[in-house]
Design a protein around this ligand. Structure first.
Ligand code: PMV
Length: 396
């Protein structure tokens, strides 16, 4: 077992094109969002395993010796056992969760214990660890925060148990794992996601692991070659929405008006394919006209999504405000409120960006200037940290 401090991070995700259409077998493009979740793991020798999640104000500690004595044979030796509802019930007993524990807290704790017990079982004794996880991602906004959490946990636990090597070499500030190691991280992270979500598609953990941009269709996930990192504004309207209800609404509209709605879904599919083509071209030979195409695709898809019935007054306002500054926006994810993305073309003056952010903030929205097509799960040197990580660590 490694004895050094590990610091890992993993990105959130946004859907660039194809939300809702993907439910009906069309292509979606999901991209890594450079708002990240960070995890610090410190091996220690006090016989405890500590988990702190400062964003949601929780701290848990378990006695390693007690965990060791409990019957955890329901987690097959070192294998990714499917976290069935029965298994999750057993985990609840192991965790000692009180009946009135908040849902978010209990799911975060269960995913952690599942991964800790399953991955570390191969060690002679369960390791004593201190783990802190914090995030730049708002929680429950459809930005893949739970997947980034599971990916960070899987990467750190597999590394500390030497199931995968620590890819950092002397002098590196940040590094990534090999393809095979990332596959293993992704496999475990998917199990963590299943503890949290029951039956997720797997696209969120895949984007968080691999980074960049992924094409997703009928369960098949593939990475786009060399996607460009695009600057965006990510805006959270903070209007709560229910993905299940919105998905059902689209299905009903499709059943009611098949001749009208099916072509909309086909058109969204074509938008995703055209976007994929342009992103590929941008990776090879970037040119300003490509941004104009991306903007047109954003506008057309936003209109289609409105026609599917998943728009919202807050999202219309977001589009109008950014349009007044010459920028193009669309909703991302389920719609009905939630988040939207605005493309920032290169060469845009910073005061213009600031003015747009200001205008969005004064609507009551949260707004971040960030990028998409960001790197996937990464390991950072604990001795030469970039200012973003250092600031967060200072605040812990
Ligand atoms: O729940 P969100 O906001 O990450 O996005 C849901 C995306 C949908 O296409 C609407 C639903 C789905 O399962 O793909």
């Amino acid at each position: 077992m490694l004895s050094e401090v590990l610091l890992v991070s993993a990105p959130g995700k946004v859907i660039l094109h194809g939300e809702h259409a993907v439910v009906h077998g069309k292509v979606a493009l999901a991209v890594a969002l450079n708002l990240r979740t960070f995890l610090r793991l410190q091996p220690h020798s006090n016989g405890k395993v500590d988990l702190s999640l400062p964003n949601i104000g929780i701290k848990w500690a378990w006695d390693v010796a007690r965990l060791q004595l409990l019957d955890t044979s329901f987690l097959e030796q070192g294998d990714a056992t499917t976290p069935t509802p029965e298994l999750v019930e057993k985990l609840k007993e192991v965790a000692g969760l009180p009946d009135d524990c908040a849902v978010t807290e209990s799911l975060a704790v269960l995913a952690f214990l599942y991964l800790y017990l399953s991955i570390c079982r191969k060690q002679r004794a369960l390791p004593s660890l201190d783990i802190v996880v914090w995030s730049e991602l708002p929680h429950g906004a459809g930005l893949g925060s739970s997947a980034a959490y599971s990916v960070c946990l899987a990467a750190a636990l597999l590394t500390v148990c030497e199931e995968i090597p620590n890819p950092l070499k002397d002098g590196d500030r940040v590094n990534r794992w090999t393809k095979e190691d990332l596959e293993l991280i992704n496999k475990w992270a998917f199990q963590g996601e299943r503890v949290i979500h029951g039956n997720p598609s797997g696209v969120d953990n895949a984007v968080s692991t691999w980074g960049g941009a992924l094409r997703y269709q009928q369960g098949k996930i593939s990475s786009l070659k060399r996607p460009p990192a695009l600057q965006i504004l990510l805006t959270n309207t903070k209007v709560p929405r229910n993905t299940r209800t919105l998905v059902a609404g689209v299905r009903n509209r499709l059943l009611k008006f098949p001749e009208i709605v099916a072509p909309l879904l086909t058109s969204i599919d074509a938008i995703s394919l055209e976007c994929e083509r342009v992103l590929g071209e941008m990776g090879e030979a970037p040119a300003p006209e490509q941004y104009l195409v991306l903007e047109e695709l954003i506008d057309m898809n936003q209109h289609h999504l409105n026609a599917l019935g998943v728009g919202h007054a807050s999202l219309d306002q977001l589009c109008q405000v950014t349009r007044a500054h010459g920028l193009h926006s669309k909703l991302t994810g389920a719609g009905g409120g939630g988040c939207g993305i605005t493309l920032l073309k290169p060469g845009l003056e910073q005061p213009e960006v600031e003015a747009t952010k200001q205008a969005l903030t004064s609507c009551g929205f949260d707004c971040w200037e960030t990028s998409i097509g960001a790197p996937g799960v990464s390991i950072h040197s604990a001795t030469s940290l970039d200012s973003r990580v250092q600031q967060a660590l200072d605040g812990l």
